[in-house]
Structure formats: C-alpha cells, structure tokens
Design a protein around this ligand. Sequence first.
Ligand SMILES: [Zn+2]
Length: 75
Amino acid sequence: MILKYDIGDIITLKKGHPCGENKWEILRRGVDIKLKCLGCDRQIMIPRIDFEKRVRKIKDGEKFVSIIHYKGRED
Ligand SMILES: [Zn+2]
C-alpha cells in the first residue's frame, strides 16, 4: 500500500491523549511511528501496525479529513 503519512503531518487517533488533546504530529516513520501530542508536547512511539488501526483523520490544508478519504499529497 502507498505510504500516506509524512513527517510533520498532523493526525488524530481513535483515542486522544490523557491531557485532553487529540492532535498529533508525526515525528518519525518506520516500523514504529513517533508522535508528538500537540497539547502537551509529550512524545510517544507506537508500532506502525497499531498506528494504522488507530489513526482517524489527517490534516489536509486547513481541515481534517478522514484517513479513508485521504489520498496523500500531490507532489
Ligand atoms: Zn498530551
């Protein structure tokens, strides 16, 4: 499948962070995905397979779109 996620993308997960925020910046890709919570700046690492299950929306321009409708950026 096509890799849709880039470093710097802002996404939401199925569940937000305990701090109350549910916006995360992708810091690193790979077998594990490194995310930074935009509410408290806490960083987490989750396995890519879990990330794929938990990701819900991605910021595309000024708005968030459902990941199932997101085709990735045009270069
Ligand atoms: Zn947080």
